[in-house]
Ligand binder design. Structure first.
Ligand SMILES: NC(=O)c1ccc[n+]([C@@H]2O[C@H](COP(=O)([O-])OP(=O)(O)OC[C@H]3O[C@@H](n4cnc5c(N)ncnc54)[C@H](O)[C@@H]3O)[C@@H](O)[C@H]2O)c1
Length: 253
């Protein structure tokens, strides 16, 4: 049990990568606070984890609202007594370029950058009180490479990469490590929505996106959850301020 007795907050835990992280963390002995803007999906994800014996507490919260971002950590302490790990996974996908409106930009930055920072601010207060912790942020290959008509999203993921470095510097004196993972194309609700928007079947999408990787396929949520588990665990005790590509080789060529 690599996370025995740890309390972890996972945002966006009602679907996709966040749901897989919540599952894997519970399998490794963590008590998980699963936060999501979608109350039904996070309740359902929590029920599935509990049915396998996991300790999970669902919280309905929009991370873009500061009071709700703060409440996630308050609820974690109420439910499980402390906060040791935070996985900043929740994000909104504004996959647009110059067609993004000011409102689109506000939403993209409000959730992905400001919301992530607010959740972290309040979780860090708790981590400091309990002797330190580990934070894993979800950046992306989009933090590094250009993709067509994508920059309203990519700008926020590039910000996450730099926030990770800055937070790692500022939080090191408090024994809080901060790292990020950078997934390539992973099969989740978000990528299914994207497939639909661009009018592709899964087979077409897998072939087209897979062709950009060494491994010739898209990834699965658990293939991101396990590297996050490593970075959140004490096995990564000398790793902070770094980014880990999880992209089947996409950015290595
Ligand atoms: N899927 C990919 O191909 C991919 C690639 C690179 C990076 N990522 C990153 O991984 C993370 C998860 O992506 P995913 O594909 O699993 O997404 P997803 O859309 O499948 O799931 C995201 C979850 O976050 C929740 N959420 C959205 N806005 C929220 C808010 N304001 N407050 C609280 N919860 C909110 C959603 O309700 C949903 O349950 C994101 O940060 C994304 O940028 C995904």
């Amino acid at each position: 049990m690599r996370l025995k007795d740890k309390v972890a907050i996972v945002t966006g835990a009602g679907a996709g990568i966040g749901q897989a992280v919540a599952e894997v963390f519970c399998e490794e002995g963590a008590k998980v606070v699963a936060a999501d803007i979608d109350a039904d999906s996070v309740e359902q994800a929590a029920r599935a984890i509990r049915s396998k014996g996991g300790a999970v507490f669902p919280v309905h919260a929009d991370i873009a609202q500061e009071e709700q971002a703060r409440r996630i950590s308050d609820e974690a302490v109420k439910a499980f007594g402390q906060v040791n790990i935070l996985v900043n996974n929740a994000a909104t996908f504004v996959l647009k370029g110059f067609d993004a409106t000011v409102e689109d930009w506000r939403r993209s930055l409000g959730v992905n950058v400001i919301g992530t920072t607010m959740v972290t601010k309040y979780a860090v207060d708790r981590m400091k009180a309990f002797g330190g912790g580990a934070i894993v942020n979800l950046a992306s290959i989009s933090s590094f490479v250009a993709q067509p008509n994508f920059f309203a999203y990519s700008a926020t993921k590039a910000a996450i990469l730099q926030l990770t470095r800055n937070m790692a510097m500022d939080l090191a004196p408090f024994s809080v490590r901060v790292n990020c993972v950078c997934p390539g194309t992973i099969l989740t609700a978000a990528s299914s929505r994207h497939m639909k928007n661009v009018g592709m079947t899964f087979e077409q999408f897998n072939a087209e996106e897979g062709a950009k990787t060494f491994l010739k396929r898209v990834g699965q949520p658990r293939e991101v959850a396990y590297p996050i588990l490593f970075l959140a665990s004490d096995e990564a005790s000398y790793i902070t301020g770094t980014s880990l590509m999880i992209d089947g080789g996409y950015t290595a060529q």
